[in-house]
Design a binder for this molecule. Structure first.
Ligand code: C2E
Ligand code: MG
Ligand code: MG
Ligand code: MG
Length: 295
């Protein structure tokens, strides 16, 4: 994304030693500034979760939501994760921030359930660094029990690199997550490197087709073939498959026809604050206006 590209651009002046050093200094200063603001932000409760519905293609029912972090910055306004997650990861702050995400997401889900809203599962993104902490499973267990939730109500999204890691803490945590009955989803599937045997070994429940493969379907034959292959593979391995970043009726039609299970994307809804998500949840379903796609 744009912010990641910015960081890469800043360290790419390798042909000129002086520029490179200056860039490194600027980058280090920027990281220090963001880092100190991040710590402050957590104390000041400046983080907030937004929620994007996950919808069954077949019925249009909202069956889940993905919690996505935002930073309500006092002077810069609402910042997306692209502006701060990388720095949080580089400085190890993601562990503390990630624990907050786990607690807040569980608190919110319990509140919705207590209010009698339709039952959904809540997905949250955890970073590889969190998995290397020995106490991640305990953090999850505590958040579940403190809020009276059961494992199956929570869906943990990780990238391919996490399931491929052979660090002992990561393997144990992935096992513990399955033992507790939590769902495991592989995020951004197809953009990383993973082997099918690892996916089987950790019994992922879901594959999320990365939005880069969704963008140019159905016009691009290669991307269409990749999306189709991921859907078929997931089915054969008994996994559910979710399409990310669906923005057009044409994409929706293609994926629905190929048997994709769930859809998440701006076509149906952007990630929204909790109070707006409640309104969607009360409706219970979201379907695209299929008329809009006719020519
Ligand atoms: P992700 O987990 O792959 O989340 C999906 C991203 O795609 C979200 O961006 C979402 O807003 C965006 N998106 C959804 N539908 C569409 C669409 O139709 N079109 C377009 N263009 N974009 C769409 P967001 O919220 O900016 O998050 C970016 C990434 O930041 C996430 O990617 C995830 O990797 C990371 N992230 C977000 N929240 C957390 C968190 O609490 N913890 C950690 N560790 N990472 C997080
Ligand atoms: Mg995700
Ligand atoms: Mg993704
Ligand atoms: Mg991502």
């Amino acid at each position: 994304n744009a912010d990641a590209a910015m960081y890469h651009a800043k360290s790419s002046g390798r042909n000129n030693y002086k520029f490179y050093t200056a860039d490194l200094n600027a980058r280090a200063r920027e990281i220090l500034a963001v880092e100190s603001q991040l710590r402050f932000a957590l104390e000041r409760s400046e983080f907030v979760l937004h929620y994007q519905p996950q919808v069954e293609f077949a019925t249009g029912h909202i069956v889940g939501a993905e919690a996505l972090i935002r930073w309500n910055h006092p002077s810069l306004g609402l910042l997306g994760p692209g502006r701060f997650i990388q720095v949080a990861e580089e400085r190890g702050f993601i562990v503390k921030l990630g624990s907050w995400v786990i607690r807040e997401a569980c608190r919110q889900l319990a509140e919705w359930r207590a209010a009698g809203l339709p039952e959904i599962s809540l997905a949250m993104n955890l970073s590889a660094l969190q998995f290397r902490q020995e106490d991640l499973a305990l953090t999850l267990e505590r958040a579940l029990s403190a809020n009276g939730l059961q494992g199956h109500m929570i869906d943990i999204e990780v990238t391919e690199s996490v399931v491929m890691e052979d660090a002992e803490a990561t393997i144990q945590t992935l096992d513990a997550i399955k033992t507790m009955g939590l769902q495991l989803s592989i995020d951004d599937f197809g953009t990383g490197y993973s082997s099918l045997s690892y996916l089987k070994r950790f019994k992922a429940d879901k594959l999320k087709i990365d939005r880069s493969f969704v963008r140019d379907i159905p016009a691009d034959p290669d991307d269409s073939a990749i999306a189709r292959a991921i859907i078929n593979m997931a089915k054969n391995l008994n996994m559910r498959v979710v399409a990310e970043g669906v923005e057009t009726v044409e994409q929706w039609r293609f994926l629905a026809a190929e048997g994709c299970d769930q859809v998440q994307g701006y076509l149906l809804s952007k990630p929204v604050p909790a109070e707006d998500f409640v309104l969607l949840l009360k409706e219970g379903h979201l379907l695209p206006d299929l008329g809009a796609g006719r020519r």
